[in-house]
Design a binder for this molecule. Structure first.
Ligand SMILES: [Zn+2]
Length: 184
Protein backbone atom coordinates (compact mmCIF):
# COMPACT_ATOMS: atom_id res chain seq x y z
CA UNK A 1 0.00 0.00 0.00
CA UNK A 2 1.06 3.56 -0.62
CA UNK A 3 2.29 5.66 2.32
CA UNK A 4 -0.70 7.90 1.68
CA UNK A 5 -3.11 4.94 1.92
CA UNK A 6 -1.67 4.14 5.35
CA UNK A 7 -2.24 7.76 6.38
CA UNK A 8 -5.83 7.71 5.11
CA UNK A 9 -6.52 4.44 6.97
CA UNK A 10 -5.25 6.11 10.16
CA UNK A 11 -7.24 9.31 9.58
CA UNK A 12 -10.41 7.30 8.86
CA UNK A 13 -9.84 5.46 12.15
CA UNK A 14 -9.56 8.64 14.25
CA UNK A 15 -12.32 10.55 12.42
CA UNK A 16 -15.19 9.27 14.64
CA UNK A 17 -13.18 10.21 17.73
CA UNK A 18 -12.52 13.67 16.30
CA UNK A 19 -16.27 14.08 15.74
CA UNK A 20 -17.00 13.03 19.34
CA UNK A 21 -14.30 15.23 20.91
CA UNK A 22 -13.67 18.02 18.39
CA UNK A 23 -11.33 19.85 20.78
CA UNK A 24 -8.80 17.06 20.17
CA UNK A 25 -9.27 16.79 16.41
CA UNK A 26 -5.91 18.44 15.61
CA UNK A 27 -3.72 16.24 17.87
CA UNK A 28 -5.68 13.17 16.68
CA UNK A 29 -5.05 14.05 13.03
CA UNK A 30 -1.37 14.87 13.58
CA UNK A 31 -0.85 11.63 15.56
CA UNK A 32 -2.62 9.62 12.85
CA UNK A 33 -0.61 11.18 10.00
CA UNK A 34 2.78 10.72 11.69
CA UNK A 35 1.88 7.23 12.97
CA UNK A 36 0.69 6.22 9.49
CA UNK A 37 4.03 7.23 7.97
CA UNK A 38 6.46 6.32 10.77
CA UNK A 39 6.86 2.53 10.24
CA UNK A 40 8.25 3.05 6.74
CA UNK A 41 11.19 5.01 8.17
CA UNK A 42 12.76 1.54 8.43
CA UNK A 43 13.21 1.68 4.64
CA UNK A 44 16.84 2.60 5.40
CA UNK A 45 17.18 -0.22 7.97
CA UNK A 46 15.46 -3.58 7.51
CA UNK A 47 12.28 -2.58 5.73
CA UNK A 48 9.01 -3.96 7.10
CA UNK A 49 10.85 -5.37 10.10
CA UNK A 50 12.71 -2.82 12.24
CA UNK A 51 9.78 -0.43 12.80
CA UNK A 52 6.85 -2.64 11.79
CA UNK A 53 4.98 -4.35 14.66
CA UNK A 54 1.89 -6.04 13.19
CA UNK A 55 1.22 -8.04 16.40
CA UNK A 56 3.10 -6.26 19.20
CA UNK A 57 1.78 -2.91 17.95
CA UNK A 58 -1.70 -3.78 19.20
CA UNK A 59 -0.29 -4.48 22.69
CA UNK A 60 1.12 -0.94 22.65
CA UNK A 61 -1.91 0.76 21.02
CA UNK A 62 -4.53 -0.61 23.45
CA UNK A 63 -2.93 0.76 26.65
CA UNK A 64 -2.14 4.04 24.86
CA UNK A 65 -5.81 4.44 23.91
CA UNK A 66 -6.97 3.45 27.41
CA UNK A 67 -4.56 6.02 28.87
CA UNK A 68 -5.82 8.72 26.47
CA UNK A 69 -9.42 8.01 27.53
CA UNK A 70 -8.49 8.03 31.24
CA UNK A 71 -6.28 11.14 31.04
CA UNK A 72 -7.54 13.10 28.02
CA UNK A 73 -5.15 15.76 26.75
CA UNK A 74 -3.70 16.84 23.41
CA UNK A 75 -0.57 14.82 24.12
CA UNK A 76 -2.33 11.57 25.11
CA UNK A 77 -4.77 11.92 22.18
CA UNK A 78 -1.89 12.35 19.74
CA UNK A 79 0.04 9.45 21.31
CA UNK A 80 -3.04 7.20 21.18
CA UNK A 81 -3.67 8.08 17.52
CA UNK A 82 0.03 7.56 16.71
CA UNK A 83 0.19 4.05 18.21
CA UNK A 84 -3.09 2.95 16.57
CA UNK A 85 -1.95 4.36 13.21
CA UNK A 86 1.47 2.67 13.39
CA UNK A 87 -0.13 -0.67 14.34
CA UNK A 88 -2.75 -0.42 11.55
CA UNK A 89 0.06 0.35 9.09
CA UNK A 90 2.10 -2.72 10.06
CA UNK A 91 -0.93 -5.04 10.28
CA UNK A 92 -2.33 -3.91 6.92
CA UNK A 93 1.05 -4.40 5.23
CA UNK A 94 0.24 -8.13 5.54
CA UNK A 95 -2.77 -7.58 3.26
CA UNK A 96 -0.72 -5.99 0.50
CA UNK A 97 2.12 -7.21 -1.68
CA UNK A 98 5.80 -7.79 -1.00
CA UNK A 99 8.08 -4.75 -0.65
CA UNK A 100 10.30 -5.03 -3.75
CA UNK A 101 10.15 -2.43 -6.54
CA UNK A 102 8.11 -4.75 -8.81
CA UNK A 103 5.81 -6.57 -6.37
CA UNK A 104 3.48 -7.68 -9.21
CA UNK A 105 6.07 -10.27 -10.19
CA UNK A 106 5.61 -11.82 -6.72
CA UNK A 107 9.27 -12.70 -6.36
CA UNK A 108 9.36 -12.69 -2.53
CA UNK A 109 6.84 -13.97 0.01
CA UNK A 110 7.67 -11.51 2.80
CA UNK A 111 4.99 -8.97 3.68
CA UNK A 112 5.86 -7.84 7.20
CA UNK A 113 7.85 -9.28 10.11
CA UNK A 114 6.07 -10.76 13.12
CA UNK A 115 8.40 -10.13 16.06
CA UNK A 116 6.28 -12.30 18.37
CA UNK A 117 6.54 -15.50 16.35
CA UNK A 118 9.93 -14.52 14.92
CA UNK A 119 8.99 -15.03 11.28
CA UNK A 120 7.80 -13.18 8.20
CA UNK A 121 4.07 -12.98 7.47
CA UNK A 122 3.24 -13.84 3.87
CA UNK A 123 1.69 -11.16 1.67
CA UNK A 124 -2.06 -11.69 1.17
CA UNK A 125 -1.89 -9.49 -1.97
CA UNK A 126 -5.48 -8.24 -1.58
CA UNK A 127 -3.90 -4.96 -2.60
CA UNK A 128 -1.48 -6.42 -5.15
CA UNK A 129 1.14 -3.67 -4.92
CA UNK A 130 1.52 -0.05 -3.79
CA UNK A 131 0.00 2.25 -6.37
CA UNK A 132 -2.17 -0.50 -7.89
CA UNK A 133 -5.62 0.57 -9.12
CA UNK A 134 -7.26 -0.99 -6.03
CA UNK A 135 -4.78 0.86 -3.81
CA UNK A 136 -5.63 4.18 -5.46
CA UNK A 137 -9.38 3.47 -5.14
CA UNK A 138 -8.97 2.53 -1.47
CA UNK A 139 -6.93 5.69 -0.80
CA UNK A 140 -9.54 7.93 -2.45
CA UNK A 141 -12.45 6.34 -0.55
CA UNK A 142 -10.65 6.35 2.81
CA UNK A 143 -9.75 10.03 2.40
CA UNK A 144 -13.44 11.05 2.26
CA UNK A 145 -14.21 10.98 6.03
CA UNK A 146 -11.05 13.00 6.74
CA UNK A 147 -11.99 15.56 4.06
CA UNK A 148 -15.47 15.88 5.60
CA UNK A 149 -14.40 16.15 9.24
CA UNK A 150 -11.07 17.99 9.22
CA UNK A 151 -10.65 21.52 7.94
CA UNK A 152 -7.81 24.00 7.54
CA UNK A 153 -4.36 22.74 6.60
CA UNK A 154 -5.24 19.10 7.42
CA UNK A 155 -7.94 19.12 4.72
CA UNK A 156 -5.55 20.81 2.26
CA UNK A 157 -2.89 18.22 3.07
CA UNK A 158 -5.34 15.33 2.62
CA UNK A 159 -6.57 16.71 -0.70
CA UNK A 160 -2.99 17.16 -1.92
CA UNK A 161 -2.16 13.61 -0.84
CA UNK A 162 -5.14 12.24 -2.80
CA UNK A 163 -3.95 14.00 -5.96
CA UNK A 164 -0.40 12.75 -5.36
CA UNK A 165 -1.65 9.18 -4.81
CA UNK A 166 -3.67 9.13 -8.03
CA UNK A 167 -0.71 10.54 -9.97
CA UNK A 168 1.63 7.95 -8.44
CA UNK A 169 -0.79 5.12 -9.27
CA UNK A 170 -0.92 6.28 -12.89
CA UNK A 171 2.86 5.95 -13.37
CA UNK A 172 3.58 3.20 -10.80
CA UNK A 173 4.42 0.37 -13.17
CA UNK A 174 6.53 2.56 -15.44
CA UNK A 175 8.47 3.82 -12.42
CA UNK A 176 10.66 0.70 -12.30
CA UNK A 177 11.95 1.35 -15.82
CA UNK A 178 12.94 4.90 -14.90
CA UNK A 179 15.05 3.89 -11.94
CA UNK A 180 18.79 3.54 -12.30
CA UNK A 181 19.84 -0.10 -12.40
CA UNK A 182 21.71 -0.04 -9.09
CA UNK A 183 18.47 0.71 -7.28
CA UNK A 184 16.59 -2.32 -8.51
ZN1 LIG B 1 5.04 -0.40 5.78
Amino acid sequence: MMATTHVFVALAAVTPVAVAVPEFSLPLAVGAIIGGLAPDLDMVLEHRRTLHFPVLGLAIAVPAVVFAVAVPSSLTAAAGAFTVAAWLHAASDALGGSPEMDPWSGSTDRAVYDHVRGRWIQPRRWIRYDGSPEDAALAAVLAIPALVVFDGWIAVLVFGAVVLSLGYALVRRRLVGWLPEWLE
